[in-house]
Design a protein around this ligand. Structure first.
Ligand code: SAM
Length: 704
């Protein structure tokens, strides 16, 4: 049997074994891969546009919060992000090396339910009459599918568990290296994986550094089950060394504790020097004196009287006072696995101090970032899902409107708003998803060519893979396990320009499974300069291809060899679509510039082709701008303008976003007055409700 998971212990098997003999038999432990990649794209947020100084006044920052620090939100695989942070990486001229610097790591890794990569995105009300359900399911991207396979690949449950443990092992080893000597880590799991991970954590962090198994018990509605209802998660709490202290955490007493406190006293027995000592614990002196006066309590019955303040109790390792986030909760951000801020508040308060660096490498909707920000901690967060990153960015930019943390309130509904802006943070990207599980590249190319209706190139080219003669198109196919990058497009264009096809005015088509950030914009700039006819098209998602092939009785393995075998009937269900577009209107009046969004569109996920066509035709036939906007504006989740782009860091000068998804209340115009005449590079960036980005770069001359 392959892929088994077995716990070994001395005496379990008939032959003696030692650590060395195991190494000899099974080979030494696998080295953790450490690939350090540069951060590619950089955005800087939380700063004043003119002065580039923090919006949050620095005099109000905690004392030991370094004034030049910028928090980090990283989009990419955490293995790459952590390796890079350990080896040191440059961001906008600043060198960042976090080896041994992080005080607290909290992670809430996904469990193989797939729930983290598929989302239901609520749709605009103006579309309601056109759709049966007011939501669209966003399927995972190819990078997310590959990550999911890496994490949970295998034919048998055992193989899948082993794969999950390998995935976690690599990451936990790197986390340990990032932790400071007095640092702590909390790993949030549920009943399915906790026992395996506990043993692995013992191995990596040392059993002596295991501090607590925290049970977070919550109530929620669940479907009927043959078993007891699962209503708890587990947090494994380890420290890097066995003497890292935690800050005292006091919580509200439970109702039964409260009843005892209300009575005014309690009784307990402690053992001292081999004898029992009976104690009277007095919580309310007045009440106890009355009870003594009335003869209901006799102090002589006790060996000792102790006066204690019991408005709070020390937090135990079972947490029952933190509510699960229900679908209607105000804190909800339309992120399925979002955790409550109160949970993160407790952990951050216990295991870090103001100014410390705290991190979450599976950060989802950015709960740790938001709470760390409110509690004056520095933070580093990473997620590989584009959608998660844009939910987090928006959450931080809107943090003033969320609830304050770090204060106790009698009534949660009266918790005040936080009311402050976020401190500066970088959003950086590591877009390459590297995997050993290379799908056979030539098969994937052949399949994409067949689906697109192109035939393979007869001559050996490096980047040019196929031809569609009737349409006069030369085709390049991106790799299935790697997003198409601007560099790849540049090389393809260079090769294309050497061919007679270029001279005869053919079009170069790039088919991609996924795209590195900003690819469209950078490719567009480049090809315009090179005067090449270029078309970038998305290859339909694998799930869609499989579905269509199955419907037509074609096996995917055969499809690779079926050159020209796809007739129009099959292909019309497989759309190769162009990326979204953004049309802007620019109005100049002296030094003042107004940019208006005239039209915006993103590709709807597969399965919604008819809806997309219907809505597009409504937009095109609408006579008034208002009417057009009603349909396209709700697709915009967030947009921003950098009025003076330096070519490296995108600075969020103008920002507008939809507070509630699908309501379409983003602004349509951005206005700016330049301090002096000149020619400026302006970048407009739009994030759509599916987490995709479309941007435009303009060159504006003002005040001529
Ligand atoms: C359970 S969610 C975290 C939810 C988060 N605690 C919150 O409050 O919103 C797990 C997250 O891990 C991310 N993820 C999974 N594998 C990853 C990887 N290799 N690198 C970075 N992020 C990853 C997923 O995209 C997902 O957003």
């Amino acid at each position: 049997m392959t892929g088994w998971v077995e716990l070994l212990w001395h005496g379990k098997r008939s032959r003696e074994f030692t650590r060395e003999s195991i190494d000899e038999h099974y080979g030494p432990l696998r080295e953790v891969r450490r690939i350090s990649l540069p951060f590619q794209r950089i955005e800087l947020l939380g700063i004043h546009k003119e002065t580039l100084t923090p919006i949050f006044p620095q005099e109000d920052w905690p004392q030991n919060y370094p004034k030049d620090w910028k928090n980090l939100l990283i989009w990419g695989d955490n293995l790459l992000a952590m390796s890079s942070l350990l080896q040191g990486i440059e961001v906008n001229g600043e060198r960042i090396n976090l080896r041994g610097k992080i005080k607290l790591i909290y992670i809430d890794p996904p469990f193989a339910t797939g729930a983290d990569f598929s989302f239901k995105v609520p749709m605009p009300e103006s579309w309601q009459e056109l759709m049966p359900k007011n939501e669209i399911v966003k399927n995972p991207s190819i990078m997310e599918i590959l990550a999911y396979r890496d994490m949970w690949g295998g034919r048998t449950p055992e193989e899948r568990i082993a794969s999950y443990l390998n995935y976690m092992y690599d990451r936990l080893v790197l986390m340990k290296e990032l932790l400071a000597d007095y640092g702590s880590i909390y790993v949030h799991l549920d009943y399915r994986m906790v026992h395996y991970v506990k043993l692995m954590m013992d191995e990596i962090f040392g059993r002596e550094n295991f501090r607590n198994e925290i049970i977070w018990h919550y109530r929620r509605w669940t479907a009927e089950s043959k078993n007891y209802q699962a209503m708890h998660d587990v947090l494994l709490f380890y420290s890097k060394t066995d003497n890292s202290p935690i800050n005292h955490v006091m919580i509200e007493p439970t109702p039964s504790q409260k009843a005892v406190i209300d009575r005014g006293y309690n009784v307990n027995v402690v053992h001292e020097g081999g004898s029992k000592v009976k104690q009277l614990l007095v919580y309310d002196k007045g009440k106890v004196e009355n009870l003594i006066k009335s003869g209901k309590l006799n102090p002589k019955n006790y060996d000792r009287i102790i006066y204690v303040d019991r408005s709070e109790t020390a937090a135990p390792d079972v947490w029952t006072d933190i509510q699960f986030l229900h679908s209607q909760s105000l804190e909800r951000l339309n992120f399925p696995t979002q955790k409550p801020e109160k949970l993160l508040e407790r952990i951050i308060l216990a295991s870090s101090n103001e100014g410390d660096i705290v991190a979450d490498f599976f950060s989802g909707s950015g709960t740790l970032a938001a709470v760390a920000e409110k509690l004056g901690r520095r933070w580093v967060c990473c997620d590989m899902s584009k959608y998660a990153i844009h939910v987090t960015r928006k959450r931080l930019l809107d943090i003033a409107n969320s609830k304050a943390r770090g204060i106790r309130v009698e009534d949660e509904s009266k918790r005040p708003k936080y009311g402050k802006p976020c401190r500066p943070f970088y959003l950086v990207t590591i877009a390459n998803y590297l995997t050993d599980r290379m799908t056979n590249h030539s098969d994937a190319i052949q399949l994409a060519l067949n689906l697109y209706g192109a035939s393979p190139m007869k001559q050996p080219f490096r980047h040019l893979h196929g031809l569609r003669e009737r349409e006069k198109e030369v085709v390049h196919v991106g790799q299935a396990n790697f997003p198409v990058t601007p560099a790849e497009i540049r090389e393809t264009i260079a090769e294309f320009q050497e061919t007679p096809f270029y001279r005869d005015g053919w079009t170069l088509v790039i088919l991609g499974w996924d795209w590195a950030p900003d690819t469209f914009e950078r490719a567009r700039d480049y090809w315009e300069k090179q005067s090449v006819w270029l078309k970038l098209l998305h290859i339909p998602p694998v799930s869609r291809i499989e579905e269509v092939l199955k419907k037509h009785g074609i096996k995917a393995s055969d499809a690779i060899h079926l050159e020209h075998a796809f007739d129009e009937e099959v292909r019309k269900h497989l759309r190769f679509v162009e990326p979204g577009y953004l049309k802007l209107d620019v109005h100049k009046d002296g030094l003042k510039v107004t940019i208006t969004i005239k039209d915006f569109w993103v590709r709807l996920p597969h399965g919604y082709e008819d809806l997309e066509e219907e809505i597009r035709s409504r937009i095109e036939s609408a006579a008034k701008d208002d009417e057009k906007r009603r349909y396209f504006l709700p697709l915009i989740n967030y947009w921003a303008v950098d009025w003076n782009y330096d070519g490296v860091v995108f600075k969020h000068d103008f920002v507008s976003f939809d507070r509630k998804p699908g309501e379409g209340n983003v602004e349509v115009c951005a206005v700016h007055t330049y301090p002096e005449p000149g020619t400026y590079r302006v970048v407009v960036k739009v994030t759509d409700i599916f987490g995709g980005e479309t941007s435009r770069e303009l060159e504006l001359t003002v005040g001529e």
